[in-house]
Design a protein around this ligand. Structure first.
Ligand SMILES: Nc1ncnc2c1ncn2[C@@H]1O[C@H](COP(=O)(O)OP(=O)(O)O)[C@@H](O)[C@H]1O
Ligand SMILES: [Mg+2]
Length: 258
């Protein structure tokens, strides 16, 4: 596993991406992406719509094949894994995708049990109950255990979706637009939850967003995707302080002014 030395402390990279390229026909989406995710950090990927953010996390998860470049996740080269190894690796990654909806016909408890029963063998009834209770407590929704998704608010459903991911105790979390379509109060709840997950479980996360409040609240580090590459990386202040920088200005105007 790659380790780099920063500020006199060794930081272990859990995801290492080098020279990643992918095109769809004439559309060159990722044009040489380099990115590291370090153990225990929240890395925000900012970029306007259609820049390839979702494509990037699909490649990390082995759901899409890049044209060129390497992606190492937890020391394993995703490209080199057979399907069994890829399944094992995916169990260490939690996905909170825009599309990851709950099963409407199942209770909250059943929704949470589902990934556990499907992926972990030989669990006793009490193991399952304990895991469900812990995951629900993690997202502050213990009281909803017997409710149906239709009885919950949008923000609660989102949190249950995250609990369903946390139940498998992932080492890495990938959040795709976690606050999209949520009102400001609910967005704040989700942002706080993303920070709590990191603090409680020492999870390493990539948070994809174009919500600046989300980026500022959860991001230990921000990487800005522009024209198929990560042009700027740093803390929120570092990325946005230099307002004379043409590329930062261009990005800001694209996303947040118009
Ligand atoms: N499987 C695919 N086939 C063809 N084009 C795709 C595919 N997946 C994504 N794209 C295109 O790649 C670009 C980046 O998509 P995406 O990563 O979803 O953007 P976003 O940054 O908004 O998440 C878009 O123009 C999209 O239409
Ligand atoms: Mg997307």
């Amino acid at each position: 596993m790659t380790t780099v030395k920063t500020e006199n402390k060794q930081r272990e990279a859990v995801i290492v991406i080098r020279d990643l390229k992918i095109s769809f026909g004439d559309l060159h989406v990722l044009r040489g992406v380099d990115l590291d995710l370090y153990q225990g950090e929240n890395l925000v990927v900012l970029g306007r719509s259609g820049t390839g953010k979702s494509v990037l996390i699909k490649i990390i998860a082995g759901l899409l094949q890049p044209d060129q470049g390497t992606v190492k996740v937890l020391g394993q080269d995703v490209d080199q894994l057979n399907s069994r190894e890829l399944d094992a690796l995916r169990l260490k990654i939690g996905f909170s995708f825009q599309s990851s909806a709950l099963y409407d016909s199942m209770t909250v408890r059943e929704n949470l049990e589902f990934p556990l029963i499907r992926n972990v063998r030989n669990l006793s009834r009490s193991d399952i109950d304990k895991a469900v209770e812990e995951a629900l407590a993690d997202v502050g929704l213990s009281q909803t255990i017997n409710q149906m998704p239709s009885e919950l608010s949008g923000g609660q459903r989102k949190r249950i979706g995250i609990a369903r991911t946390l139940i498998l105790k992932p080492q890495i979390m990938l959040y795709d637009e976690p606050t999209a379509g949520l009102d400001p109060i609910t967005s704040t709840e989700i942002n706080n939850l993303i920070n709590e997950v990191k603090e409680r479980h020492n999870t390493s996360s990539i948070i994809i967003t174009h919500d600046l409040t989300c980026a500022k609240t959860v991001g230990d580090r921000i990487a800005m995707l522009l024209d198929g590459r990560f042009e700027r990386q740093g803390t929120f202040e570092e990325v946005f302080e230099d307002s004379n920088d043409e590329r930062a200005k261009q990005f800001y105007e694209y996303n947040f002014v118009n």
